[in-house]
Design a protein around this ligand. Sequence first.
Ligand code: TMP
Length: 211
Amino acid sequence: MFITLEGIEGSGKTTQVSNIVKFLKEKGHACVITREPGGTEIGKQIRAILLNPIHKDLDPLAELLLYAADRAQHMKSIIKPQLSAGKTVICDRFFDATTVYQGFARGLDMEVINQLHRIVLDSIKPDLTLLFDLPVEVGLGRAWNCLDNGSRAIQECRFEKETLVFHEKVRSGYLSLAKQEPNRFQIINASNDETKVFQEIIIALTHNMKK
Ligand code: TMP
């Protein structure tokens, strides 16, 4: 099974990863946790370029291609082999983030993005995508708290520095993808506290395992 987590900055998806793994392990699934960008050693270097706020002049097309490069490496060295070995792969962000951030928010050509998806994904798609949804001001407030208290490195705040309008486009982009693919997406109300959010996730996971 291939599960991806998506959402705006500060949506709390990363916090829930360990809860999800604990739950799935109890149900007998062998799990692999990974993320994009930066799921591989090479990807970590790409991540450092992508998220560092000193790279404010990074060209949107170069940004798109760096995410695609990170993903190509990740598909080959982690996602494909682990899925083939029968593992449940839980990935913190995946190709929907490209459609939404580089497509809906940056405004790059969706046909180019879809073409890259066809090349890089090789028809592998998540079975379930948990979309952590909450108002942009709440998410960004949380994200900046993490940067201020040091729980997230300040060298990774390039996207947090984007405008509110940019983040609104990200949120509405995700919601429109969820509308297009209601069978794959489960929207989680990420405004709630951690326990309630996890309860919603359990319902989504249980429903998906019955399919
Ligand atoms: P995160 O690992 O803390 O979620 O940060 C990753 C950032 O990269 C986040 O702001 C979303 C952004 N991103 C894209 O713009 N496109 C992508 O394809 C991916 C995977 C992430």
